[in-house]
Write a protein that binds this ligand. Sequence first.
Ligand SMILES: Cc1cc2nc3c(=O)[nH]c(=O)nc-3n(C[C@H](O)[C@H](O)[C@H](O)COP(=O)(O)O)c2cc1C
Length: 374
Amino acid sequence: MNPSNQKFFSPYTFNNGVELKNRIIMAPMTNYSSNPDGTVSEEELAYYARRSKDVSMVITACTYVTPNGKGFHNEFAGDRDEMIPSLSQLAKTIQNQGAKAILQIFHGGRMCPPELVPHGDIVSASAVPAEVAGAKTPRALTETEVEEIVDAFGETARRAIEAGYDGVEIHGANGYLIQQFFSPHSNQREDRFGGSVEKRMTFPLAIVDKIKSIVKEHADDSFIVGYRFSPEEAETPGITMADTIKLVDTLAEKDLDYLHVSLQHFLSKARRGVEDVNKTRIDYLLETIDNRVPLIGVGSIYSAEDARKAFETGVPLLALGRELIIDPDWVQKVAEGREDEIVTEINKDKQEELVVPVPLWNVIMNTPGWFPGV
Ligand SMILES: Cc1cc2nc3c(=O)[nH]c(=O)nc-3n(C[C@H](O)[C@H](O)[C@H](O)COP(=O)(O)O)c2cc1C
């Protein structure tokens, strides 16, 4: 192995004492390939098995916590106890290959396609549509409904515990319901869930507290709880880097096991809200967190060189998403000193060989510019 890649393979111990065998994690990726009844399909299990041998931890595709939170066609369900055996199969598939299994849990809010939710009743913090063509105006949740969704996050975390996962990741990123509550674009509430940046944190923090209390009741300290966030929004008003610094500063005191930023480019710079144009978003986040909790970085880490540069920033853990779809042997190749053999563009002829479920493959092939090579 190239000695400068040794960092990738040093173990990492979370504050709760759980050890990861190395620093490379599989990023959560929706794959549109579950069974119509909400169970995980054989194709998905094969896809995860193919990618779980060399990374230390796999964060699954997001699963919804209530029926009105289903954000994608053919995503697997986490909203009811009947799903526990299927969720458990996925956890075991990942763990049998040697990785920790983390279930990502979410609610799609105003981003849910109406045909996927009961009566087409799309909900969000406020009745504000997303700024995308054809977006439907959601209905603002009542306070009671908000509390029910907080409880539902707790229930799905309990299911993850019962299904044998090593942890859960709260999906507060990518424009879904948790982010919709933190955002001044989608949250125009005047009750305790909206208003100042502190009040917009109420819903995300209530979910963290609920899940921590469920873990206390049903698991032990070894159960991992992570939180994913997107640092900024393009809309005006929208989440700024300054807002996110406040959120992250608060989350760092919440006894979470990790924070996970969602970025397309690891070294990207902030749009607004901070002064120093030379600093990357990661620099600001690491400075704010100040080693209180580990940060997982992500975003276009195609080569080992990209990963080396990313680790140089001081981030302790890296997640790879598209890269592991394109080349499931990314980590093994680095470990064996074959980093020059890493594939960085998707090979359009290799769907079967890459063990990518057909629905996911079709979405990738029909979305120009999303994956290198398409
Ligand atoms: C096919 C696909 C599905 C994704 N689904 C999710 C998801 O369910 N949850 C999530 O937090 N991020 C999701 N993402 C974002 C990735 O986790 C990751 O942040 C992004 O792809 C950038 O990292 P990369 O350059 O390593 O791919 C998805 C990305 C892709 C490519």
